[in-house]
Design a protein around this ligand. Structure first.
Ligand code: PAD
Ligand code: ZN
Length: 412
């Protein structure tokens, strides 16, 4: 039902944008001392405990930071990993949410290229440009962003978020957009054309740039044979990327028939249901004439990572996008390195996120990359724990939290 609402809105055009609205204006949002504001946000108190909405305080943006009024936010499986404590200790209390879009409400000193009223997508690796990884051109591996991102802090190592009792809250992956507002480093906000409805643009900053970027990292060539294991919110973007890159055979694998249907609509040429003891590897080998050149694992489990290896033909490359819990190991038959197979990872699209998003946005504007079709549920902020649960159960492709209906361009 929500998806119907979503597609109806996608053809409806105009998004009402409150350009230049002052900080602190808006339902449920109040100004407090020092330019800080009070707002509603979804807080992970401790792993395993349901995420709940609280009233928290957000301080004004400092130098090189911006305040964004959040329109909509996508719920990604990485949020589940954080909520379930699978990405390491010390990652709470935290305001969750790293995939979203909104409108710039205020800019701190020193910010170039962003103005009040700009539509933006969040980027959770605002690379510093100065560390070894950035200087080597590996901006998504930025060491500064990595260190502070894991700590739940912004690029200066501090947090703008406080709970009602004054306790410091972490910024989820340096974004924290399951909230009415977010303060992010200027590099964490990528300008967008206002023509893209923000409930759809919300998906750009994680699922889309990660999925399509993994295809670029793999260096797909026209006619390539591909297998995508895991066709949820991110895997469906890998399929879209493979189709855009001119792949020939694209075999989609998932345990959920609904995801396979979506995968076929997005350009997969074959679908394999990985449930009920079905021999996934044999089926993919048969469909691809002896193995694929590129396999993408987009689940985050050792058995599916092994499948991505096993479906390769000699010389093929497996790209692991899925995030496995800390401590999980994978074993591979070492003799097969003789067949020159490669296995690698891809983090956040493995490129310059700003440049990648500029290109992806153009594809969206040109009608060559659909965003809204993967949205299975449009929900309110209070529905976040339900959305995490749906991901745990493997139901639905992407839930989008609509935080501000007028800005998002859709109603829940
Ligand atoms: P999702 O839950 O929407 O999709 C996962 C899909 O895998 C679902 O469709 C499941 O039905 C399917 N699945 C589950 N078990 C199996 C199995 N045994 N065989 C085949 N399919 C299966 O999650 P998502 O798309 O939001 O995220 C997928 C992974 O990617 C997850 O681990 C997330 O943390 C990771 C991710 N990585 C990056 C990155 O930068 N590498 C970025 C964002 C998300
Ligand atoms: Zn994500």
């Amino acid at each position: 039902m929500a998806a119907q609402t979503a597609s109806a809105a996608s053809t409806g055009g105009g998004v009402g944008v409150g350009v230049g609205v002052g900080v602190g204006v808006g339902v449920g949002v109040g100004e407090v001392a020092g330019g800080a504001l009070e707002m509603r946000a979804a807080v992970l108190r401790e792993p395993g405990r349901p995420v709940a909405v609280e009233t928290v305080t957000l301080a004004a943006p400092r130098r090189d930071e911006v305040l964004v009024r959040v329109a909509a936010a996508g719920v990604c499986h990485s949020d589940v990993h954080l909520a379930d404590g699978l990405l390491g200790a010390g990652r709470a209390p935290m305001v969750l949410g790293h995939e979203g879009a909104g409108v710039v409400e205020a800019v701190g000193d020193g910010v170039d290229g962003l103005s009040v009223g700009d539509h933006v997508a969040f980027c959770f690796v605002p690379s510093c440009g100065a560390c070894g990884a950035c200087r080597a051109g590996r901006r998504t591996l930025c060491e500064t962003a990595g260190r502070f991102g894991v700590a739940g802090m912004l690029m200066d190592g501090t947090s703008r978020l406080r709970a009602a009792d004054g306790a410091v809250l972490q910024h989820g992956l340096m974004v924290a957009c399951f909230a009415e507002y977010a303060v992010v480093p200027a590099g964490g906000a990528v300008p967008l054309p206002a023509s893209i409805p923000l409930w759809q643009a919300a998906l750009l900053g994680c699922g889309v740039v990660t999925g399509v970027g993994a295809v670029n990292r793999a260096g797909l060539r026209v006619g390539a044979t591909v297998c995508v294991i895991g066709c949820g919110g991110v895997g469906l973007q890998v399929i879209a990327g493979a189709r855009l890159a001119g792949a020939g055979t694209i075999v989609a694998v998932d345990v959920d028939p609904g995801k396979l249907e979506l995968a076929l609509r997005r350009g997969a040429t074959h679908a394999v249901l990985g449930r009920g003891g079905s021999p996934v590897v044999e089926e993919v080998l048969a469909l691809s004439g002896g193995g694929v050149e590129h396999a993408f694992e987009v689940v985050g489990r050792p058995d599916t990572i092994r499948q991505a290896w096993d479906v390769l033909r000699p010389g093929g490359t497996a790209t692991v996008v899925g995030v496995a819990p800390v401590g999980v190991e994978v074993s591979l038959p070492a003799i097969e390195f003789l067949s020159e197979k490669t296995i690698t990872g891809s983090y956040y699209g493995s490129s310059d996120v700003h440049a990648a998003l500029d290109r992806l946005v153009q594809l969206v504007v040109d009608g060559r990359l659909d965003l809204g079709d993967v949205v299975s549920d449009l929900i309110e902020l209070d529905g976040v724990e339900g959305a995490l649960d749906r991901l745990r159960r493997g139901e639905g492709a992407r839930s989008v939290i609509v935080i501000d209906e007028a800005l998002a361009g859709v109603s829940v």
